[in-house]
Write a protein that binds this ligand. Structure first.
Ligand SMILES: Cc1cc2nc3c(=O)[nH]c(=O)nc-3n(C[C@H](O)[C@H](O)[C@H](O)COP(=O)(O)O)c2cc1C
Length: 444
């Protein structure tokens, strides 16, 4: 069996809303209603019916303006803005469900660790143990500038800082020993002060006294997720993650990645089976194989349109950390003549986009490359279910993170088409056996 996750890639932000963005005709009333709770609650209910482990909520706190040195494209087309804070969504989604986990993103440059430890422990209580934290270091200068920096820290240093940040959060969440809460009204004792300890943390980036001023939640240490696949990103994941997101194009590369990561986890003195590696994919599913192949071909064709090219150039500028304005480069420039070394954002994403394409032009890259691909998952629900089973055998295990536009059409396709086909094959859970997100991850 394998695990399933869903990447809510637009965060608590504007969801698919316009056919001009390639969203198809399934956007419903998102343009007016994306900031209301309904679609997120529908998503949680549908995916719980489908047996998913969790929903990962993206977050990025900025209005991007590195593309053509202007926020015009971001705001005109609704790219990554507007966007609400994801944290208040979590209790709403879990209140309407019983098992599925929700993992909102937290940036180590936005939240001081004490604030994050307290917030996630509070959410752990409110969700009865179904919250996790997707720890990111933030990608662009624009986020950093919203939180007091002149420009963002260098890529690798961000991970050093993030590791220290997680240490502080974990120590705070562990600052109440087991048994510290007595809760005995007869004796008039709430807590045993000998079991509640300051942490007196003093590091290079953070200082916190502790203890946390709330009691441990059902999961005690809130599960950690991360998605950075550069070497420092992998080290962070190996040390701390309960689930890690990996971006790979196919089975063999995913297998190697998982084997390498499991070895790194073991080097950290941890059991590799305690970390679930989730391979991100955008499957193309339709009623029949022929229809799905046609749909995938149309998506490929759409990549060549002016609207798609604009989006991809915009996205590359963001992904570079705002350091390269791809809107200011002649699209007929060869990749080898573009100075990619200036990037300071998502190293793995840039490598996925440009890797092995040095002789191609920027125009060719943007109209054909996929930062996140389908891993060959194209077909009817039955076909995709079978392919997922084969692919997982090839990879060696763990699961998939779906990255699909959040529309009710896609929810139904997955929950009522694909999920029954997966369950019939015994590939995914029939039911949940535990109550928390950690229980979901460790169920098998
Ligand atoms: C599925 C997925 C979700 C991500 N979510 C966020 C996010 O919500 N906010 C953010 O700032 N970065 C996010 N990132 C970016 C990662 O945290 C990281 O910066 C990126 O994967 C590049 O890491 P690398 O430079 O170590 O390769 C996400 C990446 C992936 C693949």
């Amino acid at each position: 069996m394998f695990h399933l996750g869903w990447f809510l890639g637009s965060g608590f932000g504007i969801q698919p809303w316009s056919a001009t963005n390639g969203d198809g005709p399934w956007a419903g009333s998102n343009v007016h209603d994306w900031m209301k709770p309904d679609i997120y609650i529908d998503l949680a209910k549908n995916l719980e019916r489908a047996g998913f482990d969790y929903i990962l909520i993206e977050d990025t706190a900025m209005v991007e303006d590195s593309y053509q040195q202007s926020a015009e494209t971001s705001l005109r087309r609704g790219f990554m803005a507007p966007k609400n804070d994801p944290m208040p969504l979590v209790p709403l989604m879990t209140r309407a469900t019983n098992h599925i986990g929700v993992i909102p993103t937290v940036s180590t440059i936005q939240y001081p660790p004490y604030l994050a430890a307290r917030l996630y422990t509070t959410l752990d209580h409110l969700t009865k143990g179904r919250v996790g934290m997707n720890v990111v270091t933030s990608v662009t200068d624009r986020v950093a500038q919203n939180f007091g920096y002149d420009r963002h820290l260098d890529h690798d240093e961000r991970y050093t800082m993030a590791m220290e940040w997680i240490d502080v959060v974990k120590q705070l969440q562990g600052s109440w020993e087991e048994g510290a809460v007595v809760a005995d009204p007869e004796a008039g004792i709430y807590a045993d002060h000998t079991k509640v300890h300051p942490i007196d943390f003093e590091g290079e980036y953070f200082k916190s006294r502790g203890p946390l001023n709330t009691i441990p939640g059902p999961q005690r240490l809130v599960p950690v997720c991360s998605a950075g696949s550069s070497m420092p990103g992998r080290r962070l994941a190996a040390r701390y993650d309960d689930t890690m997101i990996a971006q790979l194009p196919d089975g063999p590369s995913a297998r190697k990645y998982r084997d390498d990561m499991r070895a790194l986890v073991a080097e950290e003195g941890r059991n590799p089976d305690d970390v679930k590696f989730m391979f991100i994919a955008t499957p193309t599913i339709a009623a029949t194989d022929a229809e799905a192949v046609e749909k995938a071909a149309a998506a490929k064709e759409w990549k060549k349109s002016d609207k798609a090219v604009e989006y991809n150039l915009w996205n590359m500028s963001y992904t570079s950390g705002g350091r390269i304005d791809f809107g200011g480069i002649d699209p007929d420039t060869k990749v080898k003549d573009i100075d990619l070394s200036k990037q300071n954002g998502e190293h793995t994403s840039i490598a996925n986009l440009f890797g092995g394409r040095e002789e191609q032009t920027l125009r060719e890259v943007v109209s054909t490359s996929f930062q996140i691909g389908d891993m060959g998952l194209v077909g009817s629900p039955d076909t995709v279910a079978a392919k997922m089973g084969d692919l997982m055998d090839e990879i060696g295990g763990d699961g998939f993170l779906f990255y699909l536009p959040t529309t009710r059409y896609n929810m139904a396709m997955v929950a009522d088409g694909l999920a029954p086909a997966l369950k019939r094959r015994g590939l995914t859970r029939e039911s949940y056996t535990g109550g928390t997100l950690r229980d979901n991850l460790l169920q098998f």
